[in-house]
Structures are given as C-alpha cells and as structure tokens.
Design a protein around this ligand. Sequence first.
Ligand code: FCB
Length: 437
Amino acid sequence: MGSLSGFPDGFVVGVSTASYQIEGAVHEAGRGPSIWDTFAHTPGRILNGDTGDAACDHYHRYGEDLDLMAELGVDAYRFSIAWPRIQPDGHGKPNPDGLDFYDRLIDGLLARGIAALPTLFHWDLPQALEDQGGWLNRDTALRFGEYAAVVADRLGDRVHRWITLNEPIVHMAQGYAFGTHAPGRQLMMDALPVAHHQLLGHGLAAQAIKRATGEAGEVMITNNCTPVEAASPSEEDQAAAMIYDAFHNRLFNDPVLNGTYPEFLAAGLEGLIQADDMATIRSNHDALGINYYNPTRVRAAEGDLPFEMLPIEGVPTTAFGWPVVPDGLHDLLTGLKATYGDDLPPIYITENGCSTVEGLDDRFRIDYLDGHLAAVRRAITDGVDVRGYFVWSLMDNFEWAEGYSQRFGLVHVDFKTFARTPRDSYRWLQSALRDRG
Ligand code: FCB
C-alpha cells in the first residue's frame, strides 16, 4: 500500500517550520529582539555558538521555499509568526512591515493552492515582555490575546485554521525549569505558573481569533505528547510514570479539553487561577495539534524530580539519539481517545520527523516517515479522528540549543550559501502525494 493511500478523503498532508528557526533577518523591517536572540548570543548556550541571525534566510528567500512546497505537492504549510515582527515591544500598535511579510507569504501560498496554518507563538517571545517576567507574568497572557487579535484582523480573511501555542510543555520545561532553551531560567518546580499563563494566553487568543473572524476561524493548541511507560511494574515506577504523564501530557491537554488540571498538580497552581480562567482556556478548541517524536520510559527517582528518564533499548535512534518507535504514535492517539472520549476534537499531527547527519542519502528519514504515517493510518482505523499530518521539517534549520547540527529537513540547506537541495525523502513524499490520486 502506498504511504498516503488508505487515508480518509480530505486528509491534509503538510510540512512545518517555525519563524526563529528559518527566517533570519532579525534586525530587518522593524523586528524587535526576541528571547531567542538574547539567548543565542549568550556565550555557551548554543552548540558551536550558532545563532538564528541568518538561519535559512527564509525572510528573503521565501519565494523559493514556496516553490519548493508547490513542487512537493503538499496541501498545507504550518509556519509560525514572529511576535516581535508584529509588535517589536510585545504590545501596542503593530509594525506594518511585519504584517506585510506574512501577508505576502500567505498570498504566495494561496496562489500555489497551499493552505496556510500559522502558529502564533513558537517560542520567540519579544524580549521586552521577558523583561517584565515573560510567561511567569500573567500580563503576558493578556498581551498574547491582543497580539492574536491584531494578526487575525489582518490575515483572518485568508487563514481558516490557527494554532495558538507550540508545545507549551517544552517552552516551560526547557525555557523556565531547566534553562536549556530561552529565556534560560532554572526555576524547576517554580516554573509552574508558566503553564497556567500560557494556557490562559491560548484561551484569550482563541477568543480573539473567533471575534476577528466572525467565529469562522478554527483554533487549536499544539501540544508535544509522549506515551509514558514505567520501567517496571513496581508501585514506585508506576507512580513515577503517572506523575511524568501528568506533567508532560495532561497539564496541557486536560485544561483545554475538559477545563480541569490534573489533580496532582492542582495544588501547585492554586492562587494563580482567577474566576473565569478555566472557562476561557477551554472555550474554543476546534481541533488538537499533536507533535510526536518518541515515547518516554521513566522510573522513580529521589532528586529534585520524582522521576528519571531511561533510554528505550532495542530500537533505532535518530542523529539526536531519539528512539524511533512508530507504534508509540498509534498508542498515543488511541490513548487520547480512551482518556478524553467525546471531549477529544479532531487531531492534526502538526510535527513528526527525524534528524539525520549531514548528507543527502536519507533512507532513514523515508523509513521514519513511512512508519509513522502507517501508525496514524492504523489509529484512524481504530476510530481516532486524525485529519492531517505535517512533517517536521520542510528544510534543515536552526535546531534550538543544538544550532545547525541536527538536520530535520526534507530539503538540505547549505548554511553558508543558503542553497536548498531536495533530499530523497522529498522525492519520496512528492511521489506519494502524486500517487494518492
Ligand atoms: C519540537 C519543536 C520544533 C523542532 C522539533 C525537532 O519540539 O516544536 O521547533 O525543534 O522539536
């Protein structure tokens, strides 16, 4: 069976990117500084001292990238809008040049028959907001709602589906708890308010999009989800797995889908939750975005955290060292259905893919994508309403703390010349898209 046969009619196949990872042009056209500019320019934070200053130079080369997508034959493109291009200081009057860029990008997509799926926040917070506490400050959620209104007012006539936040768990954990991503705070458990404020921001942005589009715009959040397995049947390890699942998955799924926090975490959030917050957070979710990369195996521990991650043995690993377990995606999807039942809206896989080492031969990526698409197809057969799948990523890009060392692209990028060269996986997906009829 072809990789894309057997999916329901209208199943959306796309590619994903994010602003800071591809755009470059960080000082151009009125863009303000983001927390990633600050972080990347802090010595020792990013492998090899890389920064996103130029990235893939997509800001100037977006026409070529649009053509690459058109030739690939995808239905949709998931990209993110850089908040600091729209509001350089994180609030107030929008920067017209910033809005114009995304306007041109969207027109270019539509001219090529590709739907636009923008994400409003993929981690590049305006530095000015971080200076006031970032997502630790409830005010950032209110600012995010205003920013969403500005963007939806301008682009809502051509964008029919929106993503508010990308992976709030990863932004909270890596950015505020462990400090491995911007803004580099190391607050451990004290990072928890970042969860509630991001979720509130999601709810306010969703309401703003509905208002700006006369209810027509569909809204979703994208959560990074992982099926969690305990290292042993012991009570301690089972409890550790439950706690990890609550942090990584349920902390961001439960409030959106059923308006509650996992009981175990509720105490830590007390005092932050104001009267209408939970209703706001759950008010609009036409779909759920899921980013899946791998399952997680944990056992009980007695350090700062009550769990510890263990390697998953006996499976291939990506260049990043991430285990390749396509079944994990099937199990994740059927598990969500079992947990949320009728509260579960249609799902889009908004990211899935793997990094490889330099070079163009990428049988590994083809097998990875083929295996994960098959897992999605099985989940659909098992009754989960999955409506789309987006490959991470269209092209090699700035992989956060790993700089340019991890290559996730269907298209290879030479970061000296910015030359784009389609890999074998690009050709493979292109022919799968043609064959699907
Ligand atoms: C996800 C991020 C995305 C990319 C992939 C590899 O966590 O959302 O930007 O870095 O991982």
